[in-house]
Design a protein. Structure first.
Length: 200
């Protein structure tokens, strides 16, 4: 018995096919809109016939769980096109509400490294307001730092000089912060005897 969390991969293309199969259903009537109201998320519930679920076969110990087939190139292309259009609509809504804001720069590799760096530092208590006790998630920090290590291993030889230097610097900094924090936790555990009773 291991503590490794189990997860199940769901093939969402099944649901997409069901929605396309019901495309002959009448469209819901549009609701009257208030021109002064902000953007709203409108969810329409599609009625699906119950689909008999296949009973997943449990993987034998030591075996990888069976994954659904990878999406085809055409499915990936259609999904990417729909995603880009949806992201652009969202950006247009945000800019309509905040005319002074400029176009957002495209997300690059440095954003991924920065996001993992910030996550690790917050998990180690950085950013705590003055006078508040830091909330430390040392196991979560270790996992985030290990993710940075995996990223460094998997991208070796595929980064430009700036990207490689940024990743190495961030990885060095978070590992040093982790070492300092774990040393403090260890020392506190050893050198923190209970205070002696106060005699009256």
């Amino acid at each position: 018995m291991t503590d490794t969390p189990k997860f199940e991969v769901i093939d969402r293309r099944k649901f997409k096919a069901d929605e396309q199969g019901n495309s002959n259903a009448p469209a819901p009537e549009p609701e009257p809109t208030d021109p002064h109201a902000g953007p709203r998320l409108v969810v329409t519930e599609a009625k699906h016939e119950p689909v008999p679920e296949e009973t997943p076969q449990a993987a034998a110990p030591g075996e990888e769980p069976e994954l659904p087939p990878a999406p085809t190139a055409e499915e990936s292309r259609q999904q990417k096109t729909a995603y880009d259009a949806s992201a652009q609509r969202l950006e247009d809504l945000v800019r309509a509400q905040n005319p002074g804001i400029g176009a957002q720069p495209p997300v690059g590799f440095e954003h991924l490294v920065q996001q993992l760096y910030i996550s690790a530092m917050i998990q180690m208590g950085a950013g705590t307001q003055e006078g508040q006790r830091p909330r430390v998630d040392i196991l979560g920090a270790r996992q985030t730092i290990d993710l940075l290590g995996v990223l460094a291993d998997k991208t070796k030889g595929n980064l430009n000089e700036t990207e490689e230097r940024a990743l190495e610097t961030v990885l060095f900094e978070v590992r040093m912060a982790f070492l300092e924090l774990t040393n403090m936790i260890t020392l506190q555990g050893v050198q923190a005897p209970p205070p002696p009773p106060v005699m009256h």
